[in-house]
Ligand binder design. Structure first.
Ligand SMILES: [Zn+2]
Length: 326
């Protein structure tokens, strides 16, 4: 990434970081965290350095800071280190391991960096309010599934639903899909992506995901997999390409956007996050989805992507307890 960007004072100076975050949080000017009033003033002296504000005496009169209600509020980690960590994660193409983040930050322990990375991923994830559906009239949505990593021992399936044990085909060394972690992704062509780590990639779960996330007026583009046969009637059109017959593109029908995404995801995960516990997989997907959705091609610079991740820390329900070890 460009050195000049990393030299910005917001990544090295606590005051500059605080002012930057205040501007992101209150583009229209500060408002009281407690009552929402615009009738507030910045306090002077020592309080000024801490970014303290006070609500007017005719209002609630309480004090507040820009970081209230975000993970930064009660953190012992300086805000400029949080901003730097967010920037590093937002601008690296393939993600950044906790060890790498720890080195780049020159601060805290490996554990601290690991904790920060997970909190930043939480900010990158969609909020609890849900998102508008992908696609729409005349828009194309690709759906596809992939598998990443082996399932954790406890989640592995050793027999079929009928109770007979699985048998490996004679001479086959393939692990097969049953004990790998299934991922279903949807992408609006030229637009946003949404990825889901599902319990099993079957017709039912795929249908639920499609119904909940894709506008019914969209044109759906998939491969010939049985997973999507049920969903044909839901959408305006459903085109399939027959990968098994060597067909990859026919007219508007292909899954090339998702193939590209899956390949970045897998290369990144292999290179950076070798030991990703199954329960954390959705967090990594949120990270890769976020970078894809705010990619350069869609008009977002590294700095813009960082600012978006920072604003997404606001209003997220955050727990201060440390996440379990990976
Ligand atoms: Zn107030």
């Amino acid at each position: 990434m460009p050195k000049a960007e990393l030299q910005r004072s917001i990544y090295h100076d606590e005051q500059a970081a605080l002012r930057h975050f205040e501007q992101l949080r209150w583009p229209e000017g500060p408002t009281c965290y407690h009552c929402g009033s615009f009738n507030v003033k910045r306090l002077g002296g020592e309080a000024h350095r801490k970014g303290l504000f006070q609500c007017n005496e005719k209002e609630c009169r309480k004090q507040f800071r820009a970081v209230m209600g975000t993970v930064f509020e009660k953190s012992h980690i300086p805000l400029h280190k949080w901003l730097l960590a967010t920037h590093l994660m937002c601008s690296s193409k393939k993600g950044m391991s906790a060890a790498q983040l720890h080195r780049e930050l020159g601060f805290g322990s490996y554990r601290t960096a690991w904790f920060m990375a997970h909190r930043i991923r939480e900010a990158m994830a969609p909020g609890p309010d849900g998102q508008p559906p992908l696609g729409g009239k005349d828009k194309i949505v690709e759906a596809d599934e992939t598998y990443y990593g082996k399932r954790d021992k406890a989640q592995q399936v050793n027999q079929t639903t009928r109770g007979t044990p699985y048998k490996r085909k004679r001479g086959s060394k393939a692990v097969g899909h049953r004990n790998r972690r299934p991922i279903v992704s949807l992408v609006e062509r030229g637009g946003s992506i949404r990825s889901f780590h599902v319990g099993s990639a079957d017709q039912y779960s795929v249908e639920q995901i499609l119904k909940a996330n894709v506008d019914r007026e969209s044109k759906l583009s998939t491969d010939e997999s049985r997973l999507y046969t049920n969903t044909s009637d839901i959408f305006a059109e459903h085109g399939t390409v027959k990968h098994s017959a060597g067909e990859y593109v026919r007219d508007w029908v292909h899954t090339n956007s998702l193939e590209g995404y899956f390949s970045i995801f897998k290369r990144g995960m292999k290179g950076v996050y070798q030991h990703c516990g199954e329960k954390h997989l959705h967090r990594y997907l949120a990270e890769y989805d976020f970078r894809y959705n705010y990619r350069v091609k869609n008009g977002f610079s590294d700095a813009m992507r960082t600012d978006i991740a920072l604003t997404k820390t606001i209003g997220k329900r955050l727990t201060y307890r440390r996440p379990d070890a990976a």
